[in-house]
Design a protein around this ligand. Structure first.
Ligand code: PMP
Length: 462
């Protein structure tokens, strides 16, 4: 039987349109075009229901760090399913997969982390963060320390707390967000917001907004600052070198907790196990998900540093009245353990730091010479291209998002998944990408830029 018989695109698309509501989608527009149906994947490549082979430049949704289709994960999952498919971790119980995964995370994470609270996703991890940090200060007799400072254009998830911590206007516009007690400051996005300042000057200015906010809100009212070491969904925003050291200084001098959202940066993406290590900070809490299981099963967690965990284990919290049915789900934990062993034993983090990272970065940064590209940036295996109407100014197209969408559609047609955040093209491929695949990724990106440029010329936009 051929693939097209197994997965007939037309009927499947019609059923999808009839019954399936997609995340972050205008269903009328989506159904008019029809969803792309992905039927299988191996390594860095996807295959759709029409038999097209597509290079997965986004590792799914920034998560398939070990690449698709690893049999070790399927075997670990099958074995755990047969042994104990589900039990909870409430009410004085636990099970070996949760214990082993917690041990492994303590081993792989920076020294201040010896404890983890399991969740089902990155969003749930950030909801957990919000309740943890407020409870922490309340238990220390400082119940007014409630405000969490976050950043505009940050992404911290789609639940009520996650979306409130995030700084996405279109998300806040739906459902009456953000909830009270969250304060947003600048993002370190030099390309868009740096004006005439050098990146280094701008990094300091953006960081010092934290200091100003703490002063305005009153240190006695601020619980924590949360940020992604490198913003992902906001457009792969790599902060200027001055930004994180200044934030670290401000946090050290103040009595507030530092939360690094490692949902994208964690587990090797930057060439270090955690993005915090890459940018040189020592956070108190680290929400994680995605690369924890490489997306093979849904699982997340909050790595809880000793400052907070020591209070919890000393009984100061009493019961922490929080948890999910799937906190530490045994099969998801088994998948995560098998995944972390692959990342560790195959040296994938070191590979990103010393081999495939620098290899791809060199070629990616050279795309900055293309007439459509105002800036090319990449660290580890996470990168972006800013599409601009004219060089060398950091100027945007008049209708933000239009050109990005054209470029993304060409990219798919050319056999590469690249994502568009307005007119910023982003990639985050699996960490197992080999040199040949990196060459192909760059070749397809170049072709996509050329196609986009030609289309814009043809309709007079350039
Ligand atoms: N934090 C960050 C930094 C993310 O990128 C994401 C997801 N893209 C989340 C949190 C939310 O994770 P999830 O979609 O698993 O809820």
């Amino acid at each position: 039987m051929t693939v097209s018989n197994l997965y007939p695109t037309g009927p499947l698309r019609a059923l999808d349109a009839a019954h399936h509501l997609h995340p972050f989608s205008d269903m009328k527009a989506l159904n008019a075009e029809g969803s792309r149906i992905i039927v299988r994947a191996k390594g860095c490549f996807l295959e759709d229901s029409d038999g097209n082979r597509i290079l997965d430049g986004m590792a799914g949704l920034w998560c398939v760090n070990i690449g698709h289709g690893r049999p070790e994960i399927a075997e670990a999952v099958q074995a755990q399913m047969a042994e104990l498919a589900y039990y909870n971790t409430f009410f004085k119980t636990t099970h070996p997969p949760a214990i082993r995964l917690a041990e492994l995370l303590a081993e792989l994470s920076p020294p201040q982390f010896k404890h983890v609270f399991f969740t089902g996703s990155g969003s749930e991890s950030n909801d957990t963060v919000l309740r943890l940090v407020r409870t922490y200060w309340a238990k220390l007799g400082k119940p007014d320390k409630k405000v969490i400072i976050a950043r505009r254009n940050a992404y911290h998830g789609s639940t009520v707390a996650g979306a409130s911590l995030g700084g996405m206007g279109p998300m806040h516009a739906q459902g009456g967000l953000p909830i009270p007690g969250i304060h947003h400051i600048a993002q370190p996005y030099w390309f868009d917001e740096g004006g005439e300042l050098s990146p280094e000057e701008f990094g300091l200015v953006a960081a010092r907004e934290l200091e100003v906010a703490i002063e305005q809100l009153g240190e006695g009212n601020v619980a924590a600052f949360i940020a992604e070491p490198i913003q992902g969904a906001g457009g792969v925003i790599i902060p200027p070198s001055t930004y994180w050291p200044e934030v670290a200084r401000i946090c050290k001098e103040r009595e507030i907790l530092l939360v690094a959202d490692e949902v994208i940066c964690g587990f090797g993406r930057t060439g270090r196990w955690f993005g915090s290590e890459f940018v040189g900070i020592e956070p108190d809490l680290m929400p994680v998900a995605k690369g924890l299981s490489s997306g093979y099963l849904p699982i997340g967690g909050v790595l809880v540093g000793e400052k907070v965990a020591s209070l919890m284990v000393a009984g100061e919290f009493g019961d922490f009245n929080h948890g999910y049915t799937y906190s530490g789900h045994p099969v998801a934990c088994a998948a995560a353990i098998a995944n972390l062993r692959i990342i560790r034993d195959e040296g994938l983090v070191e590979r990103v730091a010393n081999d495939i990272g620098p290899y791809l970065q060199k070629k990616w940064l050279a795309l900055g010479d293309h007439p459509l590209v105002g800036e090319a940036r990449m660290v580890g295996l996470i990168g972006a291209l800013e599409l601009v109407p004219a060089k060398p100014e950091r100027r945007r197209f008049p209708d933000p998002g239009k050109v990005g969408t054209i470029c993304r559609d060409f990219s798919f047609a050319n056999g590469l998944v690249m994502r568009a955040v307005k007119d910023t093209m982003i990639i985050s491929p699996p960490l197992v990408l080999n040199h040949e695949e990196a060459d192909e990724l760059v070749r397809l990106t170049e072709k996509t830029l050329d196609d986009t440029y030609a289309a814009l010329k043809a309709d007079g936009r350039m």
